[in-house]
Design a protein. Structure first.
Length: 491
């Protein structure tokens, strides 16, 4: 018998329990069980007064910001409009059906009142929770960075000549000067870090977001920030998240990532894995002095492959005499110590110009009219040990793994709005990235968890070490073996 649609009328009394409407396997139920935000009351006690209007409780505000990221809601206005229509969101926030939803402006006011440190504290607590669940090994750190598009149009970029600058922007210009000089000292590429982009950003800025910097990406220039991450190997938990301007050289941030890793986990990683942008002499020496193996692609190898150095004798072709503190070139001539550059941190060894001019190997050695010169680090011993690690078989395997592991971490962040800044100014972009990293780590906890989840993580890591063909062969072999055992028992 066909039923007829009845007119809907509002009821005065409902026999309804909100918690029963939320499925047991709902992700928000798992996140709510893991989250303990009561620490916000003590942390924010000094940021609120004792008189005036009563604020929305800080844990509820933090949950709203997590919802904003977890569901990648377009705006805070849309979030507040959607909350009354979502039973799972209402339950997650601890509201009842008839509770009033606050105005969207409370979220922006809360971020400004709390500051970046509160969100960093939340990220660190979730990371510690993941470590206590056995999801973080801590022995191997993978590092990489990615550009984040600023919430500003490139049409907002103006020339800053004859413009009165705020003190904060003057500080930014000073940082650009430092980054540019350091990049020139490293001989790094002039594509995305320092170099001519440092100069471009010194004479231009955005009216909309003055801290965003101009970077050329895939043939076009735009305004960007840069986010640097370190990821643990076991379950791909993010151990550190650091936000800078778009032109900051990755090499200058590596030690900050290691320090952030150590601050939470209590020890330095045994191995650091990173690409050639991190493979500077300073990083090699600093990490080796800390007892860290450097599975980092050597930047000097990439520099040899192009430019005026291509096809010329490398530094390894020169023999160093420890007692006399000089180099001997392939032609048998000495390169003596000439000077020390305190800014760049190396000694220069130079051959005689007259002897270089008449050397039969000159065309294979240098195109410099003043003759061949070499640089040697004051702590060359540490540098050579670090480069041995970088060229090892284990380093090659880790670098191959890093490519997929880091790309997966950044790709997962895209679903939470990682690639574009929601807000303006660096501290707000940093808050957004802390929230995204926190959500990603929460996902790792409720996917793997502890106990059986930990075993699942180990199983997945083992699967990565074998090809699909080998895995299928092993499964079929085990099935066949079980049938044989059953046959033996039957007969």
């Amino acid at each position: 018998m066909m039923g007829n649609e009845e007119s809907q009328e509002d009821k005065f009394i409902y026999n309804f329990r909100l918690s029963k409407r939320i499925p047991l396997d709902h992700p928000l139920r798992k996140i709510r069980d893991m989250l303990d935000l009561d620490f916000l009351y003590d942390l924010l006690k000094r940021k609120y007064g004792t008189r005036g209007n009563v604020s929305v409780p800080p844990p509820i505000l933090m949950k709203m910001m997590l919802l904003l990221v977890f569901y990648n809601v377009r705006s805070e206005r849309e979030l507040m409009r959607t909350i009354p229509m979502r039973l799972d969101w209402i339950w997650f926030l601890g509201y009842d059906l008839d509770d009033d939803i606050p105005h969207h402006s409370v979220l922006s006011k809360a971020r400004k009142r709390w500051g970046e440190e509160v969100f960093k504290e939340l990220f660190e607590r979730i990371l510690l929770q993941a470590a206590e669940s056995g999801l973080v090994d801590g022995g191997k750190l993978f590092a990489d960075s990615s550009l984040v598009e600023a919430d500003a149009s490139k049409n907002s970029v103006k020339r800053i000549s004859n413009m009165k600058l705020a003190s904060t922007y003057k500080e930014l210009l000073n940082r650009l000067d430092e980054e540019e000089s350091e990049d020139e000292e490293e001989g790094g590429d002039k594509g995305n870090e320092g170099g001519r982009y440092g100069k471009v950003n010194k004479i231009h800025k955005s009216d909309t977001d003055p801290e965003a910097t101009i970077v050329r990406q895939q043939g076009s220039s735009d305004l960007y920030y840069k986010v640097h991450r370190s990821v643990d190997e076991r379950c791909e938990v993010i151990t550190c998240c650091h936000t800078t301007t778009g032109i900051v050289n990755e090499a200058h941030v590596l030690e900050d990532l290691i320090d952030g890793h150590k601050e939470i986990l209590g020890c330095d990683p045994g191995i650091v894995v990173a690409d050639s942008k991190y493979g500077t002499k300073e990083n090699f020496v600093k990490l080796k002095k800390r007892g860290i193996q450097t599975h980092i692609k050597d930047l000097s190898i990439a520099q040899k492959e192009g430019g005026s150095r291509k096809g010329k004798f490398s530094k390894e072709d020169f023999e160093y005499n420890i007692e006399g503190d000089y180099f001997v070139c392939p032609g048998g001539e000495k390169l003596g110590k000439r000077s020390y550059n305190p800014n760049r941190g190396w000694y220069e060894y130079k051959a005689s110009k007259n002897k270089c001019d008449v050397c039969h190997l000159r065309l294979e050695c240098t195109v410099d009219k003043n003759g061949r010169s070499l640089k040697r680090h004051p702590e060359e011993e540490y540098l050579q040990l670090a480069k041995q690690d970088a060229h090892s078989i284990g380093a090659k395997a880790d670098l191959k793994k890093r490519q997929h592991l880091m790309e997966r971490s950044f790709a997962t962040g895209i679903r939470y709005g990682y690639k574009r800044a929601r807000w303006r100014n660096m501290w707000r972009v940093s808050i957004q990235q802390y929230l995204i990293a926190t959500v990603q780590n929460l996902q790792k906890i409720f996917i793997y968890g502890g106990g059986l989840g930990y075993n699942k993580a180990i199983f997945l890591n083992l699967l990565q070490k074998f090809s699909l063909k080998n895995c299928i062969f092993g499964i079929l072999t085990k099935i066949n073996l079980n049938f044989r055992i059953l046959n033996l028992k039957v007969y």
